[in-house]
Design a protein around this ligand. Structure first.
Ligand SMILES: CC(C)(COP(=O)(O)OP(=O)(O)OC[C@H]1O[C@@H](n2cnc3c(N)ncnc32)[C@H](O)[C@@H]1OP(=O)(O)O)[C@@H](O)C(=O)NCCC(=O)NCCS
Length: 137
């Protein structure tokens, strides 16, 4: 499998929507504004890495950082047909490699993603609190 990794922040909203749909993060009921917002979350992030199989988007991640203390990883996703080939690990590690001295955080949604982060060498050491603004998607 020959894949291409890209740092370009602008990713077609259609491709991202297909990627999100493939893992159940979006559904065909989602209207155009929401589909476009998904791609804006990548465009607005400091670090964006996408993975391509020819012209097909098969994985992506985005991250934010103050470049001094902390970084946080969001939107990590790999198309199901491409999972378990080390792509998720590469995406996370490429983010960390940009600022390897920082404390990096990643949200986990379930015990499966817990296992994934543990496998790739992250540790779970404290609970994070969040405030959910009304405008979030
Ligand atoms: C989580 C996710 C990004 C992992 O991507 P991936 O490309 O399959 O992961 P990798 O192939 O790099 O796996 C790295 C290691 O974690 C392990 N791993 C991956 N998914 C796992 C799972 N569901 N359960 C247990 N271990 C898992 C792999 O076995 C591998 O270990 P190994 O190298 O010793 O074999 C992918 O499953 C996904 O997109 N899930 C849906 C969206 C999601 O939950 N994103 C996470 C943000 S909350």
């Amino acid at each position: 499998m020959k894949l291409r990794y890209s740092n370009k922040k602008k990713i077609s909203y259609k491709q991202l929507f297909e990627l999100y749909k493939s893992v159940g993060w979006a559904t065909k009921k989602d209207k155009l504004p929401k589909r476009k917002l998904i791609s804006k979350t990548y465009k607005n992030s400091q670090i964006v890495i996408s993975v391509w199989d020819k012209k097909e988007l098969v994985g992506a991640v985005r991250a934010l950082t103050d470049k001094i203390t902390n970084g946080v990883i969001f939107g990590l996703v790999v198309k199901p047909e491409y999972q378990k080939h080390g792509i998720g690990e590469k995406l996370v590690k490429r983010c960390i490699k940009k600022y390897p001295k920082l404390r990096w955080y990643a949200g986990s949604e379930n015990s499966e993603t817990d296992k994934f982060y543990r496998e790739i060498g992250l540790r779970k050491d404290r609970d994070l609190w969040f405030y959910k603004g009304k405008g979030t998607i």
